[in-house]
Write a protein that binds this ligand. Structure first.
Ligand SMILES: CC(C)[C@H](C(=O)O)[C@@H](O)C(=O)O
Ligand code: SF4
Length: 467
């Protein structure tokens, strides 16, 4: 029965039936695919002689393996080239829309669907990628799925899923200068833990999220999964509608007006019942940076790296592992730690508003000696827009590299990799061991503004000192 949350309403509206397992068979309105998790799914389809049920509900892009410098074909990496060819072949064979490199609309899957208005309120969305939660920023219920589920969606446009509980995470008030959406979500994950959201959908509510733009809301929803929640969402409002209006795939004319009425209907009711509610105060959130090897190992920039004695018992083993790996000293400030590489990009923080903010801090400054700093737009459209605004010139004259769109060093399934024990200041979402391409490479997660602050000073810096 609906408890009046957007999650419950959208879930119920997409329920095809209840399976013998007790799971719900859920209809998926939009299926996004990329080169990494789709080849095997298409192969499984072929093995069974199945067709794609609704090719018009599937949209493809290529992002993880795309080089951000030399994009000439064939790609230098044979494996990347093979994955590219598979996607080209499969999308063509099944009549699936594919935003290839050079199409003008290619980019990270979680950047391109929202920017084209493919992502809309009240939808169910699935993609073989954990950060699909991003699309919840529009009031969609969006799940990351595995390869066999990609097969299921291709073949049936449905998924077998167990219903989630809903936790409302309310943040109220205005963020301090130098504090961003990234800091809010790092703060939430640090507080609730990387497993805190298991079994839940997160509803982000309160005046802080209401004041955020769509791209900031995407940053927050993007990392829901890092807090263990399968999906995260914000109720659609005027901000959502203004962002969507005029986008390629948004409804227009009369359909637009009825869409708004419909979307408003789907918002969580004022008296909705939640399985849990947690409230934060925006003013208490500082620029936040991770010191360890999980996104939950974060601290306010003015706090010391925590000593083992203040770490809860159950988190001590992973903290010890992090001390070893990161080589940062417990009890000491993280500020002043020398960085080697600075990366602004990814589906968390590679959108135009992120690049504008990064450029604000880069303007009139220069990348410190010995630091490699680079900016990777999340999509070809973001790149074009940034260039139209002259942001590329600001970055280039400040000594940053300006690249082509892709996942880049977020996951390093392409030539952008850390070397050896290099320490990276990164606007991405995962700081796992070896995440950025070197098995001993180290990652500090932070906002794009903090990444630029690190780049121009050569060390971890409180961005508020540069305001
Ligand atoms: C390659 C892909 C399956 C993976 C994911 O699921 O998230 C990647 O995008 C990541 O961020 O680790
Ligand atoms: S940018 Fe990073 S997190 Fe996002 S889809 Fe690509 S690899 Fe995954």
């Amino acid at each position: 029965m609906s408890k009046g949350t957007l999650f419950d309403k959208v879930w119920d509206l997409h329920t095809v039936g209840i399976l013998p397992s007790g799971q719900t068979q859920l209809f998926i309105g939009l299926h996004l695919i990329h080169e990494v998790t789709s080849p095997q799914a298409f192969a499984m389809l072929k093995e069974r002689g199945l067709a794609v049920m609704f090719p018009e509900r599937t949209v493809a892009t290529v992002d993880h393996i795309v080089p951000t410098e030399d994009q000439s074909r064939p790609f230098a990496d044979g494996m990347a080239e093979a994955m590219m060819q598979e996607l080209e072949k499969n999308t063509q064979a099944h009549g699936i829309r594919f935003y290839n490199v050079g199409s003008g609309s290619q980019g990270i899957v979680h950047v391109i669907a929202p920017e084209q208005g493919l992502t809309q309120p009240g939808m169910t969305i699935a993609c073989g990628d954990s950060h699909t939660s991003t699309h919840g920023a529009f009031g969609a219920i969006a799940f990351g799925i595995g390869t066999s589920q990609v097969r299921d969606v291709l073949a049936s446009q449905t998924l077998a899923l167990a219903k989630l509980k809903v936790r409302k995470i309310e943040v109220n008030g205005t963020l301090q200068p130098g504090v961003y959406a990234k800091d809010v979500i790092l703060h939430i994950i640090r507080t609730l833990g990387v497993k805190g959201g298991v079994g839940y959908a997160y509803e982000f509510a309160g005046t802080t999220f209401e004041q955020m733009g769509m791209e900031e809301r995407m940053t927050v929803c993007n990392m829901s999964i890092e807090g263990g929640a399968r999906c995260g969402y914000v109720n659609p409002d005027q901000v959502t509608y203004e962002y969507l209006q005029g986008c390629d795939f948004a409804p227009n004319g009369e359909a637009w007006d009825s869409a708004i009425a419909w979307w408003n209907n789907l918002r969580s009711d004022a008296n909705a019942v939640y399985d849990d509610v947690i409230v934060f105060d925006a003013a208490s959130i500082a620029p936040t940076v991770t010191w360890g090897i999980t996104p939950g190992q974060g601290i306010g920039i003015d706090e010391p790296v925590p000593t083992a004695d203040i770490i809860p018992e159950e988190e001590r083993a992973i903290a010890e592992e992090a001390y070893q790996y990161m080589n940062l000293e417990p009890g000491h400030s993280i500020q002043g730690t020398k960085v080697d590489v600075c990366f602004v990009g990814s589906c968390t923080n590679g959108r135009i508003s992120d690049l504008r903010e990064a450029a604000n801090f880069a303007q009139g400054r220069h990348v410190a000696k010995g630091v490699k700093a680079f900016i990777v737009p999340g999509s070809e459209r973001v790149k074009k827009q940034a260039e139209a605004e002259g942001l590329d010139q600001i970055f280039l004259s400040a000594g940053f590299e300006w690249r082509e769109a892709g996942c880049s060093m977020c996951l390093a399934m392409n030539p952008d990799k850390l070397e050896g024990r290099q320490l990276s200041a990164s606007s991405s979402n995962r700081n796992f061991k070896g995440r950025q391409g070197s098995s001993s490479g180290r990652t500090l997660l932070m906002s794009p503004a903090m990444v630029v602050a690190a780049a121009v000073t050569g060390q971890v810096t409180d961005v508020r000192e540069l305001i």
